[in-house]
Design a protein around this ligand. Structure first.
Ligand SMILES: Cc1ncc(C[n+]2csc(CCOP(=O)(O)OP(=O)(O)O)c2C)c(N)n1
Length: 556
C-alpha cells in the first residue's frame, strides 16, 4: 500500500529495507534523510573527505558482500567520483548519492557547480539524474540492481538540489519496496550450458599440465570451496589473482600462490608451464597475467565468468562457461572423475618449495631496520583466525599478497585495486561491513598519509581496526626505479620519493587511538597482539628498511 511519506523518510526506509547498516558521507547532503536514518538505527559515518567515504563504502561492500552507500553534496561529487575508481576496478557494489544545483541555477555559473555526468561515466555501471521524488523509487531500486548484478560495481544517482533537497523534502504517496536479491551479491546464480560444462570437463581430464587461476569472481561468488573441490578431484595446482587470494589456504598442497605482476615466481612458472589454464572469475587483465605474458599467448584456456563479454577477451577460449562460479563449478564436479597426483602436480609443488626455501632467510631476518619479509611473517603469525586483512597497493599489495600467509579458513584478504591510499579507509569500511571480525590493514606510510585524518573518524565512530604501517619514510616502490634513472647524475633523487620520518604511533595517540612503534623484529608480534586487544582503533608503526625492493615478476 502506498503511504504519504517524505523523500527523506523514503530513502532511509529503503536503505534499511536493503539491509544497509552504515552510510559514509561528508556534510552537507541529504540531511533530513540522515536524521531519519538515525531513527532506523543506520550508522552515519561522517568522514574527512568524500574520497575516503567512497573507499569506506567499497571496503564495507567487499567485506559484507553487499551494497555500500556513500554520499556527497554537489561540490563534493568530483571527490566522490575519484573514490569510485576503486570499486569500479575492484568490482564492488557501491551506491553513490550526490546533490546537484537546482534547475534555475543551470547554465549561469552557479557557485561550486560543474557537470557531474562526465565525472561518473568512467567509474560507474550506471549514473542517473533524479529530478523528482516520484522518479526515486524506481531509480533507487535500479541502483541496487545495477550495483549487484553481473560483475558488481558502482551505481550513482544525482539528486536535484545541491544537498539533494528537491528530492528529499517533498512528500508523495509511495510504496517502500525492497527487492531482497539485490541486498547482497550475487543476486542471481546463472548456470552455464550443460554441454559446455561437459566440454570443459573433457578438456581438463585430457590436459597433462592443467592449472587453475582463481580470481575475484570466486571471492564474490563465495566459490572458494568449489574451486578447492575441483582442484583436489583432478589434483590441479591453483594460482590466484590478488582478489582471489583467500580462495585456498597457504598450507594447501595445491596452492602455488598469487600469479601475475604482483606475484610469486613459482606461480608465474607453474602457469607458464601449463598446457591448459582454467581462469575462474578472473578479468585476465595485465596485473594477473603480467602484461598478458603469463600464460603465454596461444595457451589453451577455459574460462568461467558471469559476464559473457569476458569469455575470451584476452585469451581465446577453448571452452567458455558463462555463469556464476559456484554453480558452474558444482556442475563441473558432477562430470569429473577422481584423479591421482601426477608428475605435474609434483613439479608445481617443487617450484613452491623452492620459492619458500629462497624466502626463508629473509622471513627470519633479524636485520634492523626491519625487512618487510620479516614483517609479513610476523603479521601472518598474529593474524586472528577470522581476520580480514586489507591491503593497500604497490609494494603493500606485493608484500601482503605474496608473503602474508592465510592459514585459517575464516581469514579473508581484500586488496586495493590500484589507488594508493585506499587501504586504511577501505579497512574502516570493511570493519563496518563485518563488525564481528578483526580487521587488519597493511599499508606503506605513503599510502597511510593519504587519509591519515580518518584516524579521527575511526576513533569517533568506534571503528576498531589495527593498521600495520610498513614505515620506510618513503614511497619505497618508487625509490629504486628513480635511483636507477638518475644513474649517478648529480642531484636529489630523494626529492621524488622521500618523506620526513614520522612516528605514526604518536600521531595515533594524539587522535585518541592506540599507537605503538616497533623498531626491532622481535617486538612486532607483541605489538600487533596488544593492538588487537586494544579497546580503540590501533596503529602499529613498524620502522622498515627502504632498501628492500619487492621482487620483480618472473617472466617466461
Ligand atoms: C593514486 C595513486 N597515485 C600514485 C600511485 C603510484 N604508486 C604506487 S605504489 C607507490 C608508492 C607507495 O609507497 P608506500 O605506501 O610508502 O609503500 P612502500 O612502497 O614504501 O612499501 C606509488 C606512488 C598509485 N598507485 N596510486
Amino acid at each position: 500500500m502506498p503511504q504519504r511519506i517524505s523523500g527523506a523518510r523514503f530513502i532511509a526506509e529503503t536503505l534499511k529495507g536493503y539491509g544497509v547498516t552504515h552510510v559514509f558521507f561528508v556534510e552537507a547532503i541529504l540531511r533530513r534523510a540522515l536524521i531519519e536514518m538515525e531513527t532506523l538505527g543506520i550508522r552515519r559515518v561522517l568522514t574527512h573527505s568524500e574520497k575516503a567515504a567512497a573507499y569506506m563504502a567499497d571496503g564495507y561492500a567487499r567485506a559484507g558482500r553487499r551494497p555500500g552507500v556513500c554520499m556527497a553534496q554537489s561540490v563534493g561529487a568530483a571527490n566522490l567520483a575519484s573514490g569510485l575508481q576503486e570499486p569500479f576496478l575492484g568490482q564492488a557494489p557501491v551506491i553513490a548519492l550526490t546533490g546537484r544545483a537546482g534547475l534555475t541555477a543551470e547554465q549561469r555559473h552557479a557557485y561550486q557547480e560543474i557537470s557531474h555526468a562526465p565525472l561518473f561515466a568512467a567509474v560507474t555501471k550506471s549514473s542517473a539524474p533524479v529530478t523528482t521524488l516520484e522518479q526515486l523509487p524506481r531509480l533507487l531500486r535500479q541502483a541496487f540492481r545495477d550495483a549487484t548484478t553481473g560483475a558488481p560495481g558502482p551505481a550513482h544517482l544525482d539528486l536535484l538540489g545541491h544537498q539533494g533537497q528537491a528530492v528529499e523534502n517533498p512528500e508523495a504517496d509511495l510504496d517502500i519496496l525492497t527487492e531482497a536479491p539485490f541486498a547482497s551479491i550475487p543476486p542471481h546464480r546463472p548456470a552455464p550450458e550443460r554441454e559446455a560444462v561437459r566440454n570443459a570437463a573433457r578438456a581438463l581430464c585430457e590436459a597433462e599440465r592443467p592449472v587453475i587461476v582463481a580470481g575475484g569472481g570466486v571471492t564474490s561468488s563465495s566459490a572458494g570451496g568449489e574451486v578447492v573441490a575441483v582442484a583436489e578431484r583432478l589434483q590441479i595446482p591453483v594460482a590466484t589473482s590478488l582478489n582471489g587470494k583467500e580462495t585456498l589456504l597457504e598450507t594447501h598442497p595445491l596452492n602455488v600462490g598469487v600469479v601475475g605482476r604482483y606475484s610469486r615466481w613459482c606461480a608465474n612458472r607453474v602457469v607458464s608451464e601449463a598446457d591448459l589454464v582454467f581462469f575462474i572469475g578472473s578479468g585476465t587483465g595485465d596485473l594477473v597475467t603480467n602484461g598478458w605474458t603469463v600464460p603465454k599467448p596461444g595457451t589453451a584456456v577455459i574460462q568461467i565468468d558471469i559476464d559473457p563479454a569476458e569469455l575470451g577477451r584476452s585469451y581465446p577460449n577453448l571452452v567458455g562457461l558463462c555463469g556464476d562460479a559456484k554453480v558452474a563449478l558444482r556442475m563441473l564436479l558432477d562430470e569429473l572423475p577422481e584423479r591421482a597426483a601426477s608428475p605435474w602436480t609434483a613439479r608445481a609443488r617443487e617450484h613452491v618449495a623452492a620459492w619458500r626455501k629462497e624466502l626463508e632467510p629473509l622471513r627470519t631476518s633479524d636485520a634492523v631496520p626491519i625487512r618487510p619479509e620479516r614483517l609479513c611473517k610476523e603479521v601472518s603469525e598474529c593474524l586472528p583466525q577470522n581476520a580480514i586483512l586489507v591491503a593497500d597497493t604497490g609494494f603493500a599489495a606485493i608484500w601482503s599478497g605474496t608473503m602474508i600467509y592465510l592459514t585459517h579458513a575464516g581469514q579473508r584478504y581484500l586488496r586495493c585495486a590500484g589507488s594508493l591510499g585506499w587501504g586504511f579507509p577501505g579497512s574502516l569500511g570493511a570493519k563496518c561491513g563485518a563488525p564481528d571480525r578483526p580487521v587488519v590493514c597493511f599499508t606503506g606510510d605513503g599510502g597511510f598519509w593519504y587519509h591519515l585524518s580518518e584516524l579521527e573518524t575511526a576513533r569517533r565512530c568506534g571503528i576498531r581496526t589495527v593498521t600495520v604501517v610498513n614505515n620506510n619514510a618513503a614511497l619505497g616502490q618508487c625509490a629504486g626505479t628513480i635511483r636507477k634513472m638518475y644513474r649517478g647524475r648529480p642531484g636529489n633523487p630523494e626529492d621524488l620519493w622521500g618523506f620526513r620520518e614520522v612516528n605514526f604511533a604518536r600521531v595515533a595517540e594524539e587522535v585518541g587511538c592506540f599507537g605503538i612503534r616497533v623498531e626491532k623484529p622481535g617486538d612486532i608480534a607483541p605489538a600487533i597482539r596488544d593492538a588487537l586487544a586494544a579497546d580503540r582503533p590501533a596503529v602499529v608503526d613498524v620502522v622498515t628498511d627502504v632498501n628492500c625492493p619487492a621482487p620483480d615478476p618472473w617472466d617466461p
